[in-house]
Ligand binder design. Structure first.
Ligand code: NAP
Length: 463
């Protein structure tokens, strides 16, 4: 109500009857994240006037002492939601404070707090557990709290908060359409399995679209979420509390996860990085693998009719985590590889690990690339949205005979790809690798092949 104009507030009592759904009445002060600027007695008077107009719930902050208002709300048939908010953290003693919120058994306690680390998210999740039949609402705001919105039904929260589709949403908020279309919110129950991707940043990830569509198509009771993870150590407790059985791992954690007692397979050992974690039982030990290697090779093989020709000359631009998987894949397929990178030392280090040639992204490097020009693989993050105009190797001249493989998948046509297409090159797109590596993860997570019928749909809808 605090967002409405005075004239709109006067007519607000007609709202519950019109929407035909239970409606929650709130009238928030600035310190609770709202816009109400009048006095406390004016606020109580307005709540009291509106409370009798057919609202199902009236949300009142924990510090408000207004017994007459409480009695009036009860007489109107509405339920009181007794709420506490923290926009900067998870307050100490949240569990105790939350238990003491409801003043009577018919009140619904609600806490909306802001975890700033995964360790704090774990503390918040502890408040959810254990839960009985009692109604309550718990919510983690911000990107780190995102999972508590989507998992509200699994965690025993009576409802979750979503944001209108036509407004810019704050970090961690989700629209009702996304909740339904991507996460199948209404199908989530206390027994739904949880999977996810950990990274920082991660909220832009397309992986939830890929995995959740696969779960839906095969009728698997599971949901896949992005977990914004600034503190990896704090996250392991979250994974245990949510009984997570499978994770995708992205920047900057692909190497860091190996510091934990995670058993990496031979692919992880070859690449030196892990993009997939699985475990046979909740709280059991994690096993690590890397599906980027096969994910990279599958679309390439398809371009060559099934087998990457041995002795292929390949230039790899970039020497980061993705480049490690690409070089491991190419050398295992018998390709001759040149690694070019902005920071030459990183190119040298990668080249030494795999016995390849290396250089800088400079005139000398471009000259050397002429001997490794059957395939050009662009593995840097340059050209990624929102920096679409950036070029990783502006001095590179395409002859038109190269196959160009771009790992960036948003946008689909980077500057680098556009130049390659203009020169007549054949192109392998980043989304092809993204989908191929995710399909392998899906098989590892679920034991089921990813539905092929979805692949074309994904290819058209991921940009
Ligand atoms: P990373 O480990 O952070 O490596 C980044 C690489 O980009 C490094 O070689 C870095 O060079 C280079 N770089 C960064 N900024 C640059 C600039 N302004 N000019 C020149 N070079 C620059 O990242 P990553 O994990 O390898 O990921 C790289 C890209 O691959 C990302 O766009 C990611 O989305 C994409 N990717 C796609 C898939 C897929 O399935 N399609 C899979 C994995 C990754 P320095 O060494 O000089 O810093």
């Amino acid at each position: 109500m605090d967002h409405l104009l005075d004239a709109e507030k006067a007519a607000a009592g007609r709202l519950p009857g019109r929407v035909g759904l239970p409606v929650i009445l709130t009238l928030r002060r600035g310190r609770d994240g709202g816009r109400f600027v009048g006095s406390e007695s004016e606020r109580v008077a307005l709540l009291q006037r509106l409370a009798g107009e057919g609202f199902s719930y009236v949300d009142i902050e924990e510090d408000l002492q207004a017994p007459a208002l409480d009695a009036h709300i009860r007489e109107s048939g509405a339920r009181i939601v007794r709420s506490l908010h923290d926009f900067s953290g998870v307050p100490p003693g949240l569990s105790r404070r939350f238990s003491a919120l409801a003043r009577r058994t018919d009140e619904i306690p609600k806490a909306a707090v802001t975890p700033t680390t995964c360790a704090q998210l774990a503390e918040l999740l502890d408040v959810f557990h254990p839960h009985g039949e009692s109604e309550r609402v718990l919510l983690g705001m911000g990107e780190i709290g995102f999972s508590t919105r989507v998992l509200a039904p699994r965690l025993g929260s009576s409802w979750c908060y979503a944001s209108p589709t036509d407004q810019a949403v704050a970090p961690g908020q989700v629209t009702p359409v996304t909740l339904e279309d991507v996460y199948r919110y209404r199908d989530i129950t206390s027994s739904t399995d949880v999977y996810g991707v950990i990274g920082n940043p991660v909220m832009h990830s397309r992986s939830p679209m890929i995995h959740n569509r696969g779960f839906a198509a095969l009728g698997i009771d599971a949901v896949y979420l992005p977990f914004h993870v600034p503190d990896l150590e704090g996250f392991w407790k979250v994974a245990d509390t949510l009984a997570i059985r499978g994770l995708s791992v992205t920047v900057p954690h692909k190497q860091a996860v190996l510091g934990r007692s995670i058993r990496g397979d031979e692919v992880v050992r070859a690449v030196g990085a892990c993009n997939t974690l699985i475990r046979a039982r909740a709280e059991g030990p994690w096993k690590g693998t890397n599906t980027d290697v096969e994910g990279f090779l599958a679309p390439l093989r398809a371009r060559f009719g099934g087998v990457v020709p041995s002795g292929l000359g390949a230039t790899v631009i970039g020497a980061g985590g993705a480049a490690h998987a690409v070089v491991a894949a190419l050398t295992s397929a018998g390709a001759r590889v040149l690694v070019l990178n902005r920071t030459i030392e990183n190119a040298q280090e990668l080249a030494e690990a795999f016995g390849t040639a290396s250089g800088g992204i400079d005139a000398e490097g471009m000259e050397a690339a002429r001997g490794f020009s059957d395939l050009i693989v662009q593995t840097t993050s340059v050209g990624m949205r929102p920096h679409e105009d950036a070029e990783p190797a502006p001095g590179f001249n395409f002859s038109g005979r190269e196959i160009v493989y771009e790992l960036v998948y948003a946008p689909e046509r980077t500057c680098f790809v556009r130049r390659a297409l203009e020169a007549g090159c054949r192109v392998v797109y980043g989304r092809e690798m993204l989908i191929a590596q995710a399909m392998r993860q899906f098989l590892l997570f679920t034991g089921s092949e990813y539905p092929l019928s979805l692949v074309q749909e994904l290819a058209n809808g991921l940009d």
